[in-house]
Design a protein around this ligand. Structure first.
Ligand code: KMH
Ligand code: ZN
Length: 325
């Protein structure tokens, strides 16, 4: 039986009570736009406040993108990150995880700039090129606060989210070997899990591994229990040794799939980056509200949220004093 990466058999990790579950909160992202929700944090102040509240609600990892404070447009400018990174680091002991995904329409060098400059404890690493369609959301809104919003959504109809093998190797070398970051390996389908297994077998990627099973993105696997079981089953077969996994579902299945992930022995990711609602047809008031909800579910299952320092030891992170912010 595959271990869960902390030396305890999967059967035991699924066992209750008391297993520690890592909650990640992805507070703003680059998928949703200001018109879609007034709760979506845009300015450095709003992103900092949302992150601090999410950490206080129980999130051990904060996954971060940035936005242009004037227009709310996704930005990978390091200057848009620094003000909120400093505030979050001052007010919490949460683990900062900076996206290398940026938005699917950005060039790789632009996407990597913030993580290269800030050297966070964790970064995301997307395990393959893919279509990443957010254009279906165009049909849900009739007017927009900013012209860039419908333009960006429409652009995903014709853009490939580029993560070639060379791009993956560049990120591993620059941010992993070069700056000591550990990765949230974003796996959107079975092929990307095979790619991760390939690099682990080659010795380019070393553990402890943190796989993020990403469900519900148009262009990747849909958010269903069958797909989650297929991804876990494949990972057990092709990832040598132990690994930790987490589950993120974009859209309305977010809480259900995260709950299933926790029951399977995994960890969870919530946040307005991936889903704007708190219940069917009800917009969330905040990121912290989603964290509080998944934390309640976890605790009702007899599990406990992991602290940032428990997560640091699970993932052998470099420590919050080794970052550049
Ligand atoms: N928005 C998630 C579905 C990244 O930032 O590198 C994927 C994500 C990718 O968070
Ligand atoms: Zn992201």
């Amino acid at each position: 039986m595959k271990n869960s990466g902390n030396g305890v058999s999967a059967a035991q990790t699924r066992g209750f009570p008391g297993r520690k579950v890592v909650i990640t909160c992805a507070v703003t992202g680059s998928i949703h736009t200001p018109t879609m929700s007034g709760a979506l944090p845009v300015t450095a102040e709003e992103i900092a406040e949302a992150s601090i509240a999410a950490a206080q609600a129980g999130a051990a990892i904060i996954h971060l993108h940035a936005r242009d404070p004037e227009t709310g447009r996704p930005s990978a400018e390091p200057d848009h990150f620094r003000p909120f990174l400093e505030k979050i680091a001052k007010e919490t002991d949460a683990i900062i995880n900076i996206s290398t995904g940026g938005s699917s329409v950005m060039a790789l060098d632009a996407r990597l700039a913030p993580a290269r400059e800030m050297a966070p404890e964790m970064c995301s690493l997307n395990m393959g090129s893919m279509n990443f369609g957010t254009f279906p959301m165009l049909d849900k809104y009739s007017g927009w606060k900013h012209n860039w919003e419908p333009e960006l959504l429409e652009a995903t109809r014709r853009t490939v989210f580029k993560n070639t093998f060379e791009d993956i190797e560049t990120i591993i070398e620059d941010l992993g070997e070069g700056r000591g970051a550990k990765f949230e390996f974003e796996c959107y389908d079975l092929g990307q899990i095979e790619t991760l297994g390939f690099y682990v077998k080659k010795g380019l990627i070393k553990g402890p591994l943190y796989l993020q099973f990403v469900l519900g993105v148009l262009g990747g696997a849909g958010a269903s229990p069958e797909n989650l079981v297929a991804m876990k089953t494949l990972a057990d077969r092709v990832i040598p040794g132990d690994y930790h996994f987490s589950v993120l579902a974009a859209g309305g299945k977010q809480m259900a799939m995260a709950t299933m992930g926790a029951i399977m022995g995994g960890n969870v990711r919530v946040g307005l980056e991936d889903n704007l609602s708190i219940a069917p047809g009800v917009l969330a008031d905040s990121n912290a509200q989603q964290v509080a909800k998944i934390r309640r579910i976890i605790e009702d299952l007899g599990l406990e949220p992991a602290s940032p320092d428990e997560t640091r030891s699970m993932l052998a992170l470099k420590g919050r004093n080794k970052v550049n912010f």
